[in-house]
Write a protein that binds this ligand. Sequence first.
Ligand code: MEV
Length: 308
Amino acid sequence: MGHGAGYGKVILFGEHFVVFGIPSIVSAIDKATTCTVERWDGEGWYLDDKRPETPGYKKEKLDQQRDSISRVLKAAGVDTARNPIKIKLEGDLVAASGIGASAASCVALARALSKEFNLDFSDEKINEIAFEGEKGYHGVPSGVDNTAATYGGLIWFVKGQPNIIDLLKVKEPVEIIIANTGLVTNTAAAVAGVKERKEKNPEKYDEIFNKARALANEAREALLVFDMENVGEMMDKNHELLQAIEVSCKELDLLVEIARDNGAYGAKMTGGGLGGNIVALTPGEKLQNKVAQAIESEGFEVLKTRIG
Ligand code: MEV
């Protein structure tokens, strides 16, 4: 029996822009998907998905998930016609949009396959395999989610040949909250929508994309000197840019507003958008609890965690 795990993630700066080579900043979170792979006497592969979920997520994503698993198996070189397996997904990461659920499960599966078939994959290889799996969900993934799911930590990620992956060290961990709209969304469609609009309005989009690049660079500096007020302000600006490329929605904007009204240093949607989750910067447990309670009292689920 082979086991493996992959972290969930939260993108602090640069989702969507990262697909086009703009830098991004992502943090793994202390929630993970785990996977167990064992041989069985059936045919091919069988999936037992026991992850907790936002209602509707697993059903909505089933086709993409099946495609993704086939891609991971292929990239790992595991032929389930000859070696039938049972795949079980579990863990404390809620399967929801925007927190890296797909990447976490791809990494967990790649690690479990490596163990069960004695493949001895390096982290780099696990990341490569998970990137192939992400294509099932994202269409054209940047690689940011699988990188966070593989390595953990706070990461500066730039897509390229090769990708730039720098681990960022901050003075101390900082509290954040992640709040769920409860809406399951299709990342591939959101990414494709941005591409289409960008092609139709190149000048407008170039201007927004340049701002996103400048913001990511400034945010990196602010994180490194631990200027959380500045980081928060830049998260707000990042949300505006995401609104401008039309990947936010009224539910995300509402959660962002509640977080800000209750003292968050900054808040923005996170991940593919059009639903899914927001992230708010809430240094200190007192502020974190206050913002979390305000959002929960409106009926939304909140995850309290830390970055750095
Ligand atoms: C999704 O978590 C992040 C996106 O930028 C897509 C990607 O980078 O693959 C929207």
